[in-house]
Design a protein around this ligand. Sequence first.
Ligand code: SER
Length: 897
Amino acid sequence: MQTSNDIRAAFIDSFARNGHEVVPSSPLVPHNDPTLLFTNAGMVQFKNLFTGMETRPYKRAVTAQKCVRAGGKHNDLDNVGYTNRHHTFFEMLGNFSFGDYFKDVAIELAWRLVTDEFKIDPNRLIVTVYADDDEAHKIWKKVANLPESRLVRIATADNFWSMGDIGPCGPCTEIFYDHGPKLKGGPPGSGDEGDRYVEIWNLVFMQYDQTEDGKRVPLPRLSVDTGMGIERLAAVLQGVHDNYDTDVLRALVLASADLTRKPADGPQAVSHRVIADHLRATCFLIADGVLPSNEGRGYVLRRIMRRAMRHVHMLGAKDPVMWRLVPTLVSQMGQAYPELVRAQPLITETLRLEETRFRQTLDRGLKLLEEETGGLATGAPLAGEIAFKLYDTYGFPLDLTEDVLRGQGRKVEIAGFNAAMTRQKEEARRSWAGSGEQATERIWFEIRERVGPTEFLGYAHETAEGEVVAIVKDGREVDRLHDGDEAAVIANQTPFYGEAGGQQGDTGILVTEHGAEFTVSDTKRHAGDLFVHLGRMTKGGLKLGEIAELRVDGARRTRLRANHSATHLLHEALRRRLGPHVTQKGSLVAPDRLRFDFCHPKALTPGDIEAIETEVNARVRLNSDVTTRFMTPKEAVDQGAVALFGEKYGEEVRVVAMGGDERENFSVELCGGTHVRRSGDIGLFKIVGESAVASGVRRIEALTGQSAIDYMDDQERRLNEAAAALKVSPADVPARVAALIEERKKLERELSEARRQLAMSGGGTQAAPAFKDIGGIKFAGKILGEVPAKELKPMADEIKKQIGSGVIALASSAEGKASLVVAVTEDLTGQFDAVQLVRIGSEALGGKGGGGRPDMAQAGGPNVEALGQAIAAIEQAVGGASAAKPERPAAVASPRR
Ligand code: SER
């Protein structure tokens, strides 16, 4: 059997022999296109070559490209599991010509490969061409001599391919394979889609660029982009008619059947297929740096994961299953895609965590869904709000709910769901629309095309001469600058580091031969390797073609270096302490601090932080050389380099190693940044913050060198101040503070007791007897001075006991606020209501109301001067009510309950 690995190799080999450059797959997250969610075809990484924005040293290329079609223009998610040939993740084999060959060669190469090398029976092949493409029709006649019945003209979008709403596009010709009459489905063009006739190869003749305003502009060069799903080709070559029966997917289906103990074929086949497909998408996306989240790309990943997890649940599995399938995938595809092997710990950890979490709500959500659909008529849709509730409360992505309802022949009432979702969606879109390189900034590509890449001299120099080769002011190219102009200046070479990999751009000054000065406030990179100095003419003017001396602010750069190197040591120390799943999610290297975000499911303990700090500082003190070397990506990975997921690597990568000794390496990373010469140059490393940035992502903030010393000096100064105030040595501060806190607690207890006794003894600030007799009612009204509000109630209770029967009113002030408590003994609650009385008093205090029960109520107010009036008002109310007959409802009596 030809395995998928054999097929991939044979395809690439064949085109390589025909002068095609073998280009590795680009990551699933496109770096050159902010308009795409995922790489969805082989041509994505070449987009700027087709439009002419970029050129490369080759004109023909061949790739095996990782693709995901879930979301966006090409979205196959809903069909996956239910057909023989739809996938979220798949591999696309393709050959490309950038203004080199066109239709004739493309068709001939394709036909020869399919019939001669792969030896597919030509009688089973059918070809479609775009309706008015006579040229392609003629070439096919000549090359393959197909009868009219197997050379079909198609006028629809099926034979016109575009990458997305914008971008390169053109008519295409497609090769179909006839799997034979055992299967249902009509020939291409019949509109009867089935499994019999399957498109295996699409040859696109790239002719136009679809622009945002809907126009199609001819491309500068006629080009070719072809795409052949390896899964479909494997089905043909392995003699099966179902992609899920080909080697890689079948291995996953069998592994799923094995783990869940449910037969691979039969009623549960759909679930195994969904699991197999979605597992691939999940693993490859995580390997390229996507993590499940609630927005953008991360949310598409989460949808894929949860859809599969629902099928795991349907198979009756009691424990998470997906993560246990990872080794099978790695054994099938890890050789062709080593990023899977590298990311295996992270993939495993992420899958296990997500499945464990989702299981907690999955059951309950399914039950709710069952209840809600139980009462619906056959085929009636599910209300949008219910679908939204499932989404919002139970974590059910809409497609998961739809997938459940599919079995019942039901749909979701989408309008209602969408209304509730609109806001979230917009947020999600915003979060990914801005990512990726600014390929749309045509001006930088144009300059890059004309002047070539900037030569970066900053690894070895902080000052260097350069020729001014382009100037951009207000978004347009200009040929001179005047005093005070804000602009971007590009030189043929520069020591200024352009912001990348988290390291901030350099600042400094550019001085011309004539003494004019341009102050550089930041340096960025555009179009990949064009270094752009941003700033202002601070003295004189500048002309295109002038030679200038470029001087980096060296002190700032020194601190940037220390922080960048410390970040590498931190990364490795984290991996060693927490595990290999720790991978970089983001980094900021500024002159005054560093910030490092990484995958880890929980907060670091103080012990972790101390151990990591100690490890980094030990590596700093080793003071070994930091080495940087250039090598191929493969050599780098062989050396144990920590690759940054989703990075776009050129022919050679720069590998930075540090912190080790003769015996072992410590940190080995691919990195283009600037670093210290020896680890000791970092001086000191101090972690100053640890926090969460997103679910599963932690952030560490740290300082190095003088900043770390300043920080620690600051802490020490505060400690010394505290020691001086406490009149002890700094070493005794903690014990002294603990003793003071204990003492304070004791004093508070004593004070409270003293106040209580004072109140009980009939004292208070106003000399008064323990109680007054008002018309036969005992009234104890007391002004207590500075007593906290919370102490009044227990005091009132105490007085109640003392006097046996009566009304008590206590007023106090504390921290600028007046407080009042009224208590009524149980026997008098028919006559007096504490709540009513306290409100009367509270009016005098300028308070609003008050509350409590008929026997105990509390109020407050701002007028601390009016404590006496408050008590007097209550006393008066008690007098008035006691004069009234108890049988008659008194003004202040509460109704009996
Ligand atoms: N871009 C075309 C496709 O995806 C051919 O590679 O089908």
